[in-house]
Design a protein around this ligand. Structure first.
Ligand SMILES: Nc1nc2c(ncn2[C@@H]2O[C@H](COP(=O)(O)O[C@H]3[C@@H](O)[C@H](n4cnc5c(=O)[nH]c(N)nc54)O[C@@H]3COP(=O)(O)O)[C@@H](O)[C@H]2O)c(=O)[nH]1
Length: 522
């Protein structure tokens, strides 16, 4: 991998890390705002509840302005640092307060305007003419009038300001008729990124809070050193991993290419067996890489890379060419047996590649009428490609190729696709075979798959048969052929040839007779 690519990945991951960090901080700040606003509303509610509780403890059977009650009002004020005065009001007149007794003074019009609704509680901010102070007036209904509690507005402003600052939000408190109890215009007027509002469940006020650009960047800068450390570390790890992966992949692809040039890819043969007679009808060729340093390498380690890079096309041609030589020897024992080779659907939609397969089969007549090509149902049959696939399959049929659908039952091919492509063989995926013995549902699915395959006039092969029980089970369902470890593991050509020979010898039958038996047509 080039250095410039490494630098680009590093830059990309750093920018991505920063974007994720900003999104994350925003997410946290939004959540924090919602919680903070709830907390602020609860704090104010708690203060008001405490005052209200003290007022309701007063003796309402006696007159609100009795000496005893006024003494209690004085005690409430004495014990509070924020309440400046409590006045009892009736018929729009001051009746008494903690200080004055029965002065019957009329309430200022300004207050009257705010107290003309019928709520249980009233809260507003105004200047007290009598006391010449600015305050928050909280009015609690009592007897036939109201207790008017005067909170020191400056103290409340300071307190709310501190709470908001501590929670890193701006906060405003407003009465329900939008009279500001705590004015935060200066703080919230500009560039609000997020705001939320919460209504008090009990008292007629609500809180609005949120954060501006300025607050957001303050929060963001505060966490930046830690975030930067994490972002830089993760970016380095991701870059190094990607770098290592591409280097590994690059050297794997180079190695595969070298393997192709030196013809290191060979086929292992796994017999395909008659479910009733145990005769070997043919074999599936499974590729192995005979690596000069690592020995035999299984397909899982190189097929995905080879398929992605397209190198699988060359490998398959080499495998078939080698199989042509091997098949000519096998023909001495079983001339009618077939070999089954894995291809991908995309190979068959590639007309040039189809022509090279045809050329190879024509070059080696031993392959004609003896080759089955199989591709997996897991590959999606895109509708646009179905036509190409069909014509590729037809072209290859002309040189005697038969078609098998691998992993049948696990993919997306619908009935109409199966009918259109008209496979000769359906290979039932091993997952259905394995659990059909123990699981009743899979058992009936396997039965249905078998029925469907037979209706489509296909020869059925059960894949992955591992036990005698599974083999018996498969035969009972009318599945004609089996493949799996119960019969034989995939093996090198020489072992396969020796095993085939041994089977023929021990059967104590004439070789010519056997050849006829082995070659049961597809
Ligand atoms: N495009 C190509 N793909 C190929 C080629 N050769 C193989 N492959 C695909 O690689 C996958 C893995 O193959 P492999 O490791 O060889 O495994 C095969 C068998 O060993 C295994 N198998 C067979 N019987 C049993 C069994 O009883 N139990 C069990 N657990 N596994 C068993 O199954 C694999 C064969 O699968 P399938 O092809 O679906 O018949 C595999 O997907 C191959 O397709 C190639 O040349 N080209």
């Amino acid at each position: 991998m080039k250095h410039s690519h490494t630098a680009k990945i590093l830059l990309f991951t750093l920018i991505l890390g920063l974007i994720i960090d900003i999104a994350w901080v925003k997410q946290v700040a939004n959540k924090n705002t919602d919680n903070s606003i709830s907390y602020l509303v609860e704090s104010i509610e708690f203060t008001l509840e405490q005052v209200e509780a003290q007022l309701t403890q007063l003796d309402h059977h006696s007159l609100p302005c009795s000496t005893e009650n006024r003494q209690k009002l004085e005690d409430i004020i004495f014990n509070s640092s924020v309440i400046q005065e409590i006045t009892y009001i009736e018929n729009d007149r001051f009746i008494c307060s903690d200080r004055d007794h029965n002065n019957q003074q009329a309430i200022d019009n300004k207050h009257l305007k705010l107290t003309d609704n019928s709520s249980d509680y009233i809260i507003y901010r105004a200047t007290s003419e009598r006391r010449n102070v600015e305050g928050i007036f909280f009015m609690v209904p009592a007897n036939n009038g109201w207790y008017q509690v005067l909170f020191n507005a400056r103290y409340m402003d300071f307190w709310i300001d501190e709470l908001a600052d501590h929670h890193q939000v701006f906060a405003c408190f407003k009465s329900n008729n939008d009279n500001a109890l705590y004015n935060c215009e200066n703080k919230s007027s500009k560039h609000i990124v997020y705001s939320a509002s919460k209504q008090s469940a009990k008292y007629p006020f609500h809180a609005v809070g949120g954060y501006t650009n300025q607050i957001f960047f303050k929060i963001w800068f505060k966490q930046l050193p830690y975030a930067a450390l994490i972002i830089i570390s993760l970016s380095c790890i991701v870059t190094l991993t990607v770098h290592a992966y591409f280097n590994w992949r690059h050297s794997l692809l180079n190695d595969i290419q070298r393997g192709i040039e030196r013809k290191e890819f060979i086929a292992y043969y796994q017999p395909i067996v008659d479910a009733n007679t145990n005769h070997w009808h043919g074999a599936e060729l499974l590729v192995r890489w005979n690596h000069p340093k690592s020995g035999i390498i299984t397909p899982a380690e190189f097929i995905p890379a080879a398929e992605q890079s397209g190198q699988i096309n060359q490998i398959t041609l080499q495998l078939l060419e080698r199989a042509a030589y091997e098949k000519s020897t096998i023909n001495e024992l079983a001339p009618n047996s077939y070999i089954s080779v894995n291809v991908t659907a995309s190979m068959i939609t590639n007309t040039d590649y189809v022509e090279s397969l045809i050329g190879l089969i024509k070059q080696y007549p031993v392959l004609q009428n003896n080759v089955v090509l199989e591709f997996t149902e897991r590959e999606t049959f895109a509708t646009a490609e179905l036509g190409l696939l069909l014509s590729g399959m037809e072209r290859l049929r002309e040189v005697g190729v038969r078609w098998a659908l691998d992993d049948f039952g696990t993919g997306y091919a619908g009935l109409s696709t199966l009918q259109t492509l008209s496979f000769d063989i359906l290979k039932i995926d091993r997952t259905f075979v394995a659990s059909s013995v123990t699981d009743a549902i899979t058992h009936s699915i396997l039965g249905n798959i078998a029925e469907m395959g037979l209706e489509l006039n296909c020869t059925l092969v059960a894949e992955g048969v591992e036990t005698a029980e599974e083999a018996e089970h498969v035969a009972q369902l009318g599945i004609q052929r089996c493949q799996g470890f119960y019969y034989a593991q995939p093996m090198p050509y020489t072992d396969y040839f020796a095993a085939l020979k041994k089977r023929i010898k021990t059967s104590n039958t004439h070789l010519s007779e056997l050849n006829e038996n082995l070659g049961i047509p597809l």
